[in-house]
Design a protein around this ligand. Structure first.
Ligand code: ADP
Ligand code: MG
Length: 470
């Protein structure tokens, strides 16, 4: 640490004001960056520091700069703020002036830089009748790429939007984060409105529903509340796992649910897990959730990830050569939101450097992301994570014990080791207490085939995969 820096740290501690935190961060950045870069990107930023120092918001002049700062500097800035303040500081980037046409794009927050927070959710259109449907018109079936991972869910959703109130009511869609659940339900609403403009459609996030219930309760306006919800033709309700432990909300939702089904209105729900996997939700609701059609969205397979990248690039008027899309898709595997984040980085990098999109450029733009991924998944890590999850000892991963309560998690860990690392079967066998490669092969095949048929197992594997991929 240079002397200049330690002085500014001391000054910050002494002053204890928000401005000095940002000032100290700028001082440090000025030392480590070329002057011209600093003057272009960092100096013009206006910073707002929350009273408790837990959050710093940087205001950026336009969308392009925001993307660039997010991609290039936000990680470093967040790290510096944490170092100076001594505790994690949440970093937010915001547009100084709002650009309406960029809104749908800004709502798709990226998750690749941990400390950066999502832009606020967008409001839907307000049609002439004054009824706010909260739909995001940018999320349609047209721009939702189809693949094995979402084929069932997409087909069911498509069917519902064509003939609501008939088959598959309610439609319950579940899957991990960033797999397109929210996109899909908006698509249902948008298509119904395109076909039948007079329909009463409402998209609502479960948390918003909870707060509607609370408001109705406080203001004693349950009649209005019921008018609003019970009169819909289509209710799209996102992330119902947020109803957990909210008894009053669950009761009101149950009432709305019954009323809507009775008049053949359609209900589409999403959740991060299948109905019986939900916790702290009343049994009668869970059984209602499961009474129509329940479909999963899986993480996208390679070809689908490639198609999504190419499509998204095109929608931003950029070309992504197929070989580059393959390179990115092979390296960014967990979900679509991450893919979008990677694409944004690459496009910003290419525009800024005025270079064509190529594999070396992508490698350069995604440097941080790729190094994190390579670091993350080791067989040891898998063994520990799986052992924790199934509450067995890590040592049992190498032991000769054979009761099912131990042998099965061990097989699951072997399967994940094959899936998520580059290790060969004999290498994996070696790491599991010197087992033969045929034992590993047997485990891999068994878990892979069971996964196709047993929802619970599939769900557990998703949780483990997401945990391991970070
Ligand atoms: P979830 O609600 O499951 O967390 P979202 O619907 O918010 O996921 O999707 C995350 C991002 O990925 C969104 O920007 C969405 O438009 C995009 N996305 C997801 N699936 C697809 C797909 N199949 N084709 C194109 N874009 C997708
Ligand atoms: Mg969502």
């Amino acid at each position: 640490m240079s002397e200049g820096q330690s002085n500014s740290l001391a000054a910050t501690a002494a002053l204890g004001a928000g401005d000095s935190l940002w000032q100290a961060c700028m001082d440090q950045l000025a030392q480590e960056m070329p002057e011209q870069q600093f003057n272009t990107w960092i100096k013009p930023l206006a910073a707002q520091v929350s009273d408790d120092f837990s959050r710093v918001t940087l205001f950026v002049a336009n969308r392009f700069k925001l993307d660039w700062i997010r991609a290039q500097y936000s990680g470093r800035i967040a790290a510096l703020l944490e170092k100076i303040y001594g505790q994690p500081v949440q970093l937010e980037l915001a547009l100084a002036i709002r650009e309406p046409q960029a809104r749908s794009y800004s709502a798709a927050a990226n998750s690749e830089v941990g400390p950066v927070v999502e832009a606020p959710e967008i409001e839907g259109e307000i049609p002439p009748g004054g009824f706010k449907n909260r739909l995001n018109t940018a999320l349609t079936f047209d721009n939702l790429v189809e693949g094995t991972a979402n084929r069932m869910a997409r087909a069911a959703a498509m069917h519902v939007s064509g003939t609501p109130g008939q088959l598959y009511n309610p439609l319950f869609i579940y899957g991990g984060v960033g797999l397109g659940k929210t996109h899909l339900v908006h698509a249902v609403g948008n298509k119904l409105l395109a076909d039948k403009p007079g329909s009463k459609v409402l998209y609502i996030h479960a948390e918003q529903f909870v707060s509607d219930v609370v408001k109705a309760y406080q203001r004693k306006t349950f009649d209005e509340f019921k008018d609003k919800y019970h009169s819909l033709d289509l209710l799209l309700i996102d992330d119902v796992q947020f109803f957990a432990n909210k008894d009053r909300t669950q009761e009101e939702f149950f009432n709305a649910f019954e009323a809507l089904l009775a008049k053949k209105s359609h209900i589409v729900m999403t959740s991060d897990t299948y109905p019986k996997g939900l916790v702290d939700i009343h049994e009668r609701l869970i059984s209602r959730f499961d009474s129509g059609l329940t479909v999963a969205i899986e993480p996208p397979e390679l070809e689908m990830r490639v198609a999504i990248l190419i499509n998204k690039a095109r929608s931003e008027s950029a070309e992504m050569p197929e070989e580059v899309a393959f390179f990115v898709a092979k390296n960014v595997r967990s979900n679509v939101r991450e893919l979008e984040g990677a694409l944004r980085k690459i496009l910003a990098y290419s525009r800024f450097n005025q270079k064509e999109v190529s594999i070396p450029l992508a490698r350069e733009a995604l440097r941080d992301l790729l190094s994190i991924q390579n670091r993350q998944i080791s067989v040891e890590n898998i063994q520990k994570t799986v052992a924790d999850y199934y509450k067995i000892k890590v040592a049992d991963m190498y032991s000769k014990k054979r009761p099912a309560s131990i042998a099965r998690p061990r097989q699951i860990a072997m399967y994940l080791a094959k899936e998520l690392t580059q290790k060969s079967l004999p290498e994996i066998g070696e790491l599991f207490g010197g087992r033969d490669h045929t034992t590993v092969l047997h485990a891999v095949r068994k878990i892979a085939s069971e996964r196709q048929n047993v929802t619970e197992l599939n769900q557990q594997l998703h949780v483990l995969e997401q945990t391991l991929k970070g």
